[in-house]
Design a protein around this ligand. Structure first.
Ligand code: ADP
Ligand code: MG
Length: 513
């Protein structure tokens, strides 16, 4: 196996994960798991007694039989400092994600008779700095060398881009199980540029399941609050039973007009009929939400002068619902192609991963020639300050959302009162393309202090420069009359070096089932 191919591309999905590699013919191929499946449910369950984790299909079944020892949808909790697991085994999102990554890589290595550790992992385009860092840390905890984190729609476009020779602007509509992502991407002379990107990290197939499950529960006569933060085993069992049956029915409805759902409850099996028309009516509100988001991203692209979308590609398992394709085509008056919905992201990540290795090696390009990739970030970064005229607290953005990932940008600020001897720089992350925003619309990442050598007059200019590197690292440089602050952001909520090392060594001794 040649060196540049010794790298995996991993789609660490909310619902399903997938791992791919470039094969000896230069083509991206998915590595099946040890059960022979191309995708692995992103579910972790802990064996009672030993607490040994197992990942995938078997863990998914445990959502009903052993719900208080099972974790699903952990990706929705990335970056959430208040994460409270419904699982009895105390774990954090980084560690749970690390188990999933380890299972994927161990199985792929076994199949390839290899010991590959270099990986590229994908994440939703709108993941913030902290979520990205946690994704990277999950890789590190799993004993991997994470070369890069790349946006999912960009990866899908790369996978698609190697199959197309024409220049075009494409819209990637990615509706997975827990997240929705949309990006407008230009493919020009083999180069890929992301023009606009957006999404909703709380919108995906599971929301369709939940609405159908609510209907089924009502028909059966089960009173249950799906949103309750309840950790009771019986509650979780019945909730998961309803959700998994709703999911099965939803999938069946992509091929049929009507399905029967069987729910064993109170010693009786209840049979509920669901038609595709009813299902579409129950869930139309969700489809509308994706269309609204899509329109927002189209408007962003328009503001950059892009008026024509040549093609739409649908990725993510939920785009198999016929109403998605129909609606997107109707809204955009063009054909929407479903392209490899479960595997495109992992394959694109594998192609990108091989390119990175190649660049390091400065060797010849691998097959499916694709040029540079210019990615766009959905995040804005600014400094908390006081508006000059009104003295109102605002965040003045230095880097706007929808700018290139690798960017350095500067803005001017000024001192607030006479004799000021220190300045505070609260750094906020948001998703805005506006210069000034309300602090409530952004997340505080870290606050820096700069002590000044002497007191300065009101309105003395301060230069603030923020830099975001391709790896997503944020740096601040601030200067006022030779007083300099030069620092890198340390993120709250991510593991410290010693926590990382500890998690890594624990992981080494664990065999994932
Ligand atoms: P993620 O990116 O969140 O990991 P995937 O792209 O793997 O998700 O998509 C998983 C979602 O796709 C689940 O909600 C699943 O129910 C849904 N899905 C898979 N196949 C079908 C189908 N045939 N019809 C409708 N939904 C489907
Ligand atoms: Mg996905």
């Amino acid at each position: 196996m040649s060196q540049e191919r010794l790298v995996y591309g991993i789609d660490l999905g909310t619902t399903n994960s997938c791992i791919a590699l470039i094969d000896e013919y230069g083509k991206a191929v998915v590595n099946p798991n040890s059960e022979g499946l191309n995708t692995t449910p992103s579910v972790v369950s802990y064996e009672s007694g030993t607490n040994n984790p197992f990942v995938g299909e078997v863990a998914k079944e445990a959502l009903i039989s052993d719900p208080t020892r099972t974790v699903a949808f952990i990706k929705r909790e990335m970056g959430n400092d208040n994460f409270k697991s419904t699982c009895d085994v105390p774990e954090n999102p980084v560690k749970v994600s690390a188990y999933i990554l380890k299972k994927l890589v161990d199985d792929a290595n076994q199949g390839n008779c290899a010991n590959i550790k270099d990986v590229v992992i994908t994440c939703p385009a709108y993941f913030g700095t902290r979520e990205r860092e946690q994704t990277k840390q999950a890789g590190v905890v799993a004993g991997l060398n994470v070369l890069s984190i790349i946006n999912e729609p960009t990866a899908a476009a790369i996978s698609y881009g190697v199959e197309t020779n024409r220049n075009k602007t494409i819209l990637v509509y990615d509706l997975g199980g827990g997240t929705f992502d949309v990006s407008i991407i230009e493919i020009k002379n083999g180069e890929i540029e992301v023009l606009a990107t957006g999404g909703d990290h709380r919108l995906g197939g599971v929301d369709w399941d939940t609405l159908l499950a609510k209907y089924i529960a009502k028909e059966v006569g089960i009173t249950i609050d799906f949103e309750a933060q309840c950790f009771d085993k019986d509650y979780l069992s019945i909730k998961n039973l309803l959700l998994l049956n709703a999911e099965k029915a939803k999938k069946a409805l992509t091929k049929r007009n009507e399905v029967m759902v069987n729910i064993p409850y109170n010693g009786k099996t209840h049979r509920i009929s669901v038609s595709s028309t009813l299902f579409e009516q129950l869930t139309s509100v969700l489809l509308n939400q994706t269309i609204d988001k899509m329109e927002e991203v189209i408007d962003l692209a328009k503001s950059k002068g892009i008026s024509k979308i040549d093609e739409v590609i649908l990725v993510g398992g939920s785009t198999r619902m016929p109403q998605v394709k129909n609606r997107v085509e109707k809204e955009l008056s063009c054909i929407a192609n479903i392209k490899d919905p479960d595997m495109a992201v992992a394959k694109g990540a594998a192609i990108f991963a091989a390119r990175i290795k190649e660049e390091v090696k400065k060797g010849p390009r691998i097959g499916g020639a694709i040029g540079g990739i210019k990615d766009t970030s959905a995040n804005s970064y600014g400094v908390g300050c006081f508006e000059k005229d009104t003295d109102k607290e605002i965040v003045q953005n230095v880097i706007l959302a929808q700018s290139p990932v690798a960017i350095k940008s500067a803005s001017s600020f000024c001192t607030r009162f006479d004799g000021q001897k220190g300045i505070t720089f609260p750094i906020y992350e948001g998703t805005s393309t506006e210069n000034d925003i309300d602090p409530l619309d952004a997340t505080l990442l870290e606050t820096f202090e700069l002590d000044l050598k002497k007191g300065y007059e009101k309105d003395t200019p301060i230069l603030v420069e923020l830099e975001r590197t391709t790896e997503g690292i944020l740096k601040i440089y601030a200067e006022i009359d030779g007083n300099v602050l030069n620092a890198e952001l340390k993120l709250n909520g991510v593991l410290t070096d010693s926590e990382l090392k500890k998690a890594q060594s624990e992981m080494r001794n664990i065999k994932i089932g």
